[in-house]
Design a protein around this ligand. Structure first.
Ligand SMILES: Cc1cc2nc3c(=O)[nH]c(=O)nc-3n(C[C@H](O)[C@H](O)[C@H](O)COP(=O)(O)OP(=O)(O)OC[C@H]3O[C@@H](n4cnc5c(N)ncnc54)[C@H](O)[C@@H]3O)c2cc1C
Length: 485
């Protein structure tokens, strides 16, 4: 591979968070020839209808709670400063009336990130180990612990009252009902409008000279183009054209292992389950109660086997719930290899339902915590595919034995919040300055034989394979009666 310079041709495949952030920071760092390819026509579908990437979603959580993984806490804090700036930039655009040619799906004055707070609820009688480690880590960052309000802590309660957060400490009125409520409210956290944030990042990339080639023919990678020595020097797209490059970055989220099968030892394509409830606008009581001003993002037993979370309602009235206790796999044959691959509403083999286990878990959560939503029933479901790594850290590195190729994936269910900042670290890795903290954490790594590797050791024989499960269907969307098991 020729060494990379600022005029090198760089191709990024994938316009999700990992690809966008990489493109943004390459352009910011002075790289003049960066092109992003994606199979999705994002300028027309606006990361919404028909888009099935993990990044193409209504909302994602911004959190700082990372147990003792202080590096991610630090990175999330750095990202949060940029989220603030981005909100401000969109507000300024509205103020100035300047037309900067924003893509459809985002307009001046829109908010990307919402500081609703996030309530971390434990299942047991005391905060779980992860929560305790989180609070300890937060003490190391000036001012961060002060933004946490632990239920039952008198000093925290006083601060929450003074600063107007007390109404979010027990939004489900657990204590009033005599039910256990062990929880910490993070008043610095919240959520982002995910698809809209991708559009903003795309706009910033284009402003800085990044080109986008989008759509199922011109934008879809068919094959990597390599030289006789195995080095990569371009891509072939579905329309049969080849595009030469000095460096190719594969940032294809859940599709990555199918494109680079050697990564399947270190990352596995898995799905989180998403279940939505629609609040009718006419129901003013519910509309107001679940507005971000009144309802924080909430999690329940994330590290205690429950793996549940939910959001305040969106501007369209959707309350999104997630189930992450088990992340599902979908093993299939890809070019003679058995790999887990995404199965969505838009892949050749389709899936719009979630496993019954996931649906029933969300329904139980709603019945227990938000019973006033049960008459509404479930409105829609989705499997959201991403890649889990062997240790839940990202995988961003040069691919061994294939000069000219970088893998940029392994989001492990927590990558979105880093959209504004991730690419800064990717550029260091591209430039071979990867011996920094994040370059080390995200380096190419192999699973340890005979050890548990975050479930990757189960492979196609494991219990998480979709084909082995009962899937829910619309007839399971109503509450009441005895649930199908
Ligand atoms: C259910 C769920 C909940 C999550 N919640 C959170 C959260 O609350 N907070 C948080 O920070 N993170 C969260 N995440 C993680 C976050 O969404 C991911 O880490 C992040 O979006 C991954 O981005 P990506 O760019 O790697 O992948 P994707 O967003 O999947 O993007 C990959 C892109 O590659 C494209 N592509 C694939 N194959 C090809 C091809 N052959 N040619 C061209 N293009 C191709 C796809 O079209 C897609 O646009 C969650 C993830 C899931 C699934």
């Amino acid at each position: 591979m020729a060494s990379i310079n600022k005029n090198s041709n760089i191709i990024i495949v994938g316009a999700g968070v990992f690809g966008l952030s990489t493109a943004l920071w390459l352009a910011k760092s002075g790289y003049t020839s960066v092109t992003v390819y994606d199979q999705q026509p994002y300028t027309t579908n606006s990361y919404r209808d028909g888009a099935d990437a993990a990044s193409a979603d209504i909302n994602k959580i911004i959190r700082f709670s990372y147990g003792n993984e202080i590096e991610y806490q630090t990175l999330a804090l750095e990202a949060s400063k940029v989220w603030d700036e981005w909100n401000q930039q969109l507000a300024d655009l509205q103020e100035s009336g300047e037309d900067v040619g924003l893509p459809p799906g985002i307009k001046a004055g829109d908010k990307l990130w919402f500081n609703s707070g996030m309530l971390r609820m434990s299942v047991g009688d005391t905060p779980d180990k992860f929560e305790q480690e989180t609070l300890k880590s937060m003490e190391k960052e000036k001012g961060l612990r002060e933004k946490q309000y632990e239920v039952g802590n008198v000093a925290d309660l006083r601060r929450a009252q003074e600063l107007g957060w007390a109404h979010k400490l027990d939004p489900f009125h657990r204590k009033e009902q005599g039910k256990p409520h062990v929880a910490v409210l993070d008043s610095k956290a919240g959520f982002v409008a995910a698809g809209r944030s991708c559009l903003w990042a795309m706009h910033l990339c284009q402003r800085d000279g990044v080109k986008f080639v989008l759509g199922p023919y011109t934008g879809k990678l068919k094959a990597l183009v390599s030289k006789a020595d195995g080095s990569i020097n371009g891509i072939e797209t579905e329309d049969g054209k080849t595009h030469s490059a000095d460096l190719v970055v594969v940032a294809c989220g859940g599709w990555t292992p199918a494109i680079l099968p050697e990564t399947s030892r270190s990352i596995e394509t898995t799905a989180g389950s998403v279940v939505n409830v629609q609040i009718p606008r006419e129901n003013k009581k519910l509309w107001d109660r679940y507005a971000p001003e009144n309802m924080p993002v909430f999690t329940w037993g994330m590290k205690e086997g429950k793996g549940m979370y939910g959001f305040p309602r969106t501007e369209d009235g959707i309350i999104k719930f997630g189930y992450r206790a088990t992340k599902w796999t979908n093993y299939d044959q890809v070019n003679g290899e058995t790999l887990s691959v995404p199965k969505t509403a838009f892949t050749p083999k389709k899936e719009t339902n979630v496993p019954l286990i996931s649906l029933n878990a969300v329904k139980s959560l709603i019945s227990e915590f938000l019973p006033e939503l049960t008459p509404l029933g479930i409105n829609s479901t989705r499997l959201c595919w991403y890649t889990d790594s062997i240790d839940n850290s990202f995988l961003i590195d040069h691919v061994p034995g294939r000069p000219g190729l970088i893998v940029c994936s392994g989001g492990s269910g927590h990558g979105f919040k880093f959209l504004p900042i991730l690419g800064r670290e990717v550029v260091k890795i591209v430039e071979g300055k990867g011996k920094n903290v994040y370059g080390q954490m995200w380096r190419w790594r192999e699973p340890k034989q005979g050890e548990k590797n975050n479930g990757l050791e189960e492979g196609p024989d494991g219990p998480r394979v979709l084909a082995k499960l009962d899937m829910a269907s619309e007839k399971d969307w109503e509450f009441g009666g005895s649930p199908r098991l």
